[in-house]
Design a protein around this ligand. Structure first.
Ligand code: CMP
Length: 140
């Protein structure tokens, strides 16, 4: 089933000049970018985006990292896009990620982990709509 998911290329990966490599990974896996924004997050933008993690001990540090430089936010479309992107990213902690995954190649640790991807249809809808109002629909 074709669906859409939200991905973020995080500040660490942008600083490492890995934008092109990561978008190539998406495209080779059949995940087609249908919206792309390069932007600098404000504190309130990132706090709203990661609101579900507000009570976690790593929340302040995560937000500080995410405002530390520009990011690339994408909506990706393809068959089983949410699951496929999570497989492509690998485990949250790059040390535990499989070989060939984006986090294995570009992540440094559980916080500086190169990319974000929605983890369910509900979060994909919320996250896509957060950055691309009107794009929170299931892909064609
Ligand atoms: P992401 O997929 O963007 O979703 C939430 C983020 O919080 C996650 O990637 C990590 O960057 C970060 N995160 C999750 N768990 C931890 C942790 N134990 N310590 C620090 N950061 C974490």
């Amino acid at each position: 089933m074709s669906e859409r998911t939200l991905a973020i290329i995080k500040p660490d990966a942008v600083k490492k000049n890995a934008i092109g490599d990561i978008i190539a990974c998406y495209e080779k896996a059949g995940l087609k970018p249908v919206a792309i924004r390069m932007m600098q997050f404000s504190k309130s933008t990132v706090e709203g985006f990661y609101a579900v993690h507000r009570a976690r001990p790593f929340f302040d540090s995560l937000c500080a990292f995410m405002v530390s430089g520009p990011v690339v936010v994408l909506v990706l479309e393809g068959d089983n896009a949410i699951k496929k992107n999570r497989e492509l990213m690998g485990a949250t902690d790059p040390a535990k990620a499989d070989a060939g995954t984006i986090r294995k190649a570009h992540g440094a640790n559980i916080e500086f982990n190169a990319v974000h991807g929605s983890d369910s249809p509900e979060t994909a809808k919320f996250e896509s709509g957060y950055f691309f109002p009107g794009m929170d629909l299931i892909g064609s």
